[in-house]
Design a protein around this ligand. Structure first.
Ligand code: AMP
Length: 109
């Protein structure tokens, strides 16, 4: 079981931001910006390659709710999802990073 699955099951604590029956959002343990949230599926989806459109549609609504809770809609934010080896993806469970509350670097790589 990967670490995000343990968080979903409540076996490992997290600083929860938002939750519904399909998704969970919590603060990253090693933040790269003043706001660094993770948004994960509760379903076992490994990465973006496995993601289906129906889940993405529902997740979009959920992410918009997280954006409102975090208060970053006006100031802006970055959504990132790492996929596979070259991206440096550490946790093989689909998630977005949401970073904000500071001007972010233009360097993506
Ligand atoms: P990725 O490299 O895209 O798979 O990102 C995984 C992220 O999960 C990293 O930014 C880690 O800091 C974060 N992370 C790992 N363990 C935990 C945890 N227990 N609670 C919150 N975030 C975590």
């Amino acid at each position: 079981m990967n670490i995000f699955e343990k968080i979903i099951k409540g076996e490992i604590p997290c600083k929860k931001i938002h939750e519904n029956e399909k998704f969970l959002s919590f603060y990253d343990i090693a933040p790269k910006a003043p706001v660094h949230a993770l948004i994960i599926t509760k379903a076992s989806i490994k990465d973006f390659n496995e993601l289906d459109g129906e889940t993405m549609k529902d997740m979009t609504k959920f992410i918009h709710e997280v954006v409102d809770i975090l208060g970053v809609k006006e100031s802006g934010y970055r959504l990132v999802t790492n996929t596979g080896k070259d991206s440096g993806q550490e946790v093989p469970h689909f998630h977005f990073h949401l970073l904000g509350k500071k001007p972010l670097s233009g360097n993506f790589a």
